[in-house]
Design a protein around this ligand. Structure first.
Ligand code: TXA
Ligand code: MG
Length: 391
């Protein structure tokens, strides 16, 4: 790390020389950020404990949160594992179905993997990304690359090189610029557990149904255990330390704008809050009436396309953070959807808002509630006209 006013990171375009330079840096234990189809990763040699430590330091990531490792072949993945026959069968089957792609598979690690990488545990998360720059970099370095999302710990994941620069510009870091990430939301994480079952630890573009469908046709006998969405109980937190509630938090207060009226709930404190200072992130044209009454209004997908919305969510959150004088971000309420892709998006939205909802009551006041701590329910007075809010 350098003093505050010094930019130490450099952005490079993917050329033969630059791949060579970046691969050398990785072999020397240094950091290289790279694009994947999901989000940008902060890469370092996964087998070098000092290099792994550099990642934790650069991100400010708690040592209790393990890193995933990126590979460029199933053979490379197998060198990192110590699994029994049945677990190997499942691992290889999932890899054959979904790699390269947005699926991270957690399984029992080989003895030579640095403990620091796994936060002291015995399991390692592995992913073969589907991005030509990531694959080329791993192949040139000929190393498995530890690679969490390349953001400051707890901040929104980066979907372009500029986002990485914004968060980690003061770090000794080379960033390979691959433009915008296509998927825009981090990979699905599953764990091949010692009890013989496959646990879904994090939602992503590979849905539970997609996994169940391929397992049904496979010789594997493991059952898929779905973790309950957005209910971060201690069991899940232990299995998936990165699934803490405020994991994708923007720097501004954020709330989910509920479509439901909210009545007969205890209201404790009054506070001043005006829609005029809010940035509204919408989905499927639900709140377009608010567009002229708020500081900013952006629809993730007017037509309700989940893939389009996923690709935009983090980019939009980061762009709002940079707007002047925004007091809060209002996010779309997708809590009632049965669509797996929308549930994945809502998982990130729920965390960005730390589980806090805003409701509109029949008197046209805005109310907000922290679902996690039911006691802190507030009445919020605003300058909202009845016509505007009788939606
Ligand atoms: O799409 C992605 O997965 C991106 C790109 C760069 O590949 N990476 C990413 O890494 O999102 P990260 O560290 O931000 O998220 C990985 C998640 C974390 O929630 C972490 O706790 C979990 O995977 N994880 C990693 N190793 C694990 C392990 N051994 N057991 C359980 N969870 C693990
Ligand atoms: Mg992350």
């Amino acid at each position: 790390m350098l003093p505050d006013n010094k930019i130490a990171a450099q952005v490079l375009m993917p050329s033969d020389d630059n791949f060579h330079f970046a691969a050398k840096r990785l072999q020397q234990g240094k950091l290289v950020a790279f694009p994947t189809e999901t989000v940008y990763g902060l890469g370092a040699n996964a087998l070098n404990e000092n290099a792994v430590k550099n990642i934790f330091t650069a991100k400010g990531r708690p040592l209790t949160n393990p890193l995933i490792v990126h590979v460029a072949s199933l053979e490379m993945a197998n060198t990192l594992l110590q699994v029994d026959e049945e677990q190997q069968l499942l691992f290889s089957y999932l890899a054959a179905c979904f790699w390269p792609g947005p699926l991270t598979i957690v399984a029992k690690a080989a003895a030579h993997i640095p403990k620091l990488l796994m936060a002291g545990g015995e399991y390692i998360g592995i992913r073969y990304p589907k991005h030509p720059i990531a694959i080329e970099l791993i192949s040139r370095a000929n190393l498995p690359l530890a690679g969490p999302s390349a953001n400051r710990s707890s901040h929104v994941s980066p979907t372009c090189a500029k986002h990485v620069m914004d968060d980690l510009g003061h770090t000794d870091l080379t960033i390979l610029d691959g433009g915008e990430c296509q998927v825009g939301i981090e990979s699905t994480v599953v764990k091949i557990n010692h009890d013989g079952h496959l646990y879904m630890l994090r939602r992503g573009a590979i849905t539970p149904k997609m996994i169940e469908d391929v397992l049904e046709k496979s010789p594997c006998r493991q059952r898929v255990i779905r973790i309950t969405d957005s209910h971060i109980n201690s069991d899940v937190a232990l299995q998936a330390p990165g699934q803490l509630l405020t994991h994708y938090a923007p720097t501004l207060p954020a709330y989910i704008l509920s479509k439901q009226y909210f009545e007969n709930k205890p209201c404790v404190t009054a506070s001043s809050f005006s829609l005029a200072g809010c940035a509204v992130i919408d989905f499927c044209d639900t709140w377009s009436k608010l567009a002229n009454h708020t500081a900013s209004y952006i629809d993730l997908s007017k037509t309700g396309n989940a893939h389009e919305a996923a690709a935009k969510l983090f980019t939009v959150l980061r762009s709002i953070e940079k707007m002047p004088d925004i007091t809060a971000i209002l996010l779309p309420d997708l809590s009632h959807t049965n669509d797996d892709d929308l549930r994945t998006i809502f998982d990130r939205i729920y965390r960005a808002a730390s589980g806090q909802f805003i409701y509109i009551n029949r008197d046209h006041a805005l109310l907000f509630e922290n679902q996690v701590d039911k006691k802190s329910t507030f009445t919020v007075s605003g300058h909202n006209t009845p016509e505007l809010l009788s939606l």
